[in-house]
Design a protein around this ligand. Structure first.
Ligand code: IDP
Ligand code: MG
Length: 168
């Protein structure tokens, strides 16, 4: 059992459907610690970086519309970092399979997800799938000072006359 961090995103459908509380309750069953949390307006650049590994998939343009909120008229997502023993697997398990129709009905995606007529899986949450993806995603979505735990090495830089920490 290793202690590790994982990124969770409650996607725009989760906020639109007022599911934030339900999803956080489900995730609390893991007994992991939340060490970072914020509401984010996702722009095209962040969306493209987050889903860069899927850019050749037929559903990619729809996926970008989804995460940037254009499908739901809801341009907020909630980004969270969970930390603890086997965090990645524990969170993936409670989230359920990528395809909401195949997901365990008791999982978050099984309970709240659906498949759109365009074929896109609208599955309410994102969760990192392995340690290297978790590190890449946490560094993409959070600045060091937004996380209350020293997860990865940082360095100090001067930005507009202020000192701040960035990921090394
Ligand atoms: P994951 O979210 O379970 O890690 P990924 O393969 O990383 O799955 O895909 C990212 C997101 O893209 C999914 O959560 C889902 O919204 C969408 N997606 C993935 N595969 C498909 C597909 O085959 N058809 C439609 N949408 C998909
Ligand atoms: Mg993934």
């Amino acid at each position: 059992m290793k202690e590790e961090a994982t990124l969770v995103i409650i996607k725009p459908d989760g906020l639109k459907k007022s599911l934030t509380g339900n999803i956080l309750s489900r995730l609390s069953e893991t007994k992991l610690k939340i060490i970072g949390a914020k509401i984010v307006k996702v722009n095209e650049e962040l969306a493209a970086k987050h889903y860069s590994h899927l850019k050749d998939q037929p559903f990619y343009p729809e996926l970008i519309k989804y995460i940037t909120g254009k499908l739901h008229g809801e341009n907020r997502v909630m980004a969270l970092v969970y930390w603890g023993k086997d965090a990645i697997v524990k969170v993936r398990q409670i989230c359920g399979a990528t395809n909401p129709e195949e997901a365990d009905p008791v999982s978050i995606r099984g309970a709240y997800g659906r498949i759109l007529t365009t074929g896109l899986y609208e599955n309410v949450v994102h969760a990192s799938s392995d340690p290297s993806e978790a590190e890449r995603e946490i560094k993409l979505w959070f600045e060091p000072e937004e996380i209350v735990y020293p997860l990865f090495p940082t360095k100090e830089v001067i930005y507009q006359n202020y000192k701040k920490f960035v990921w090394e």
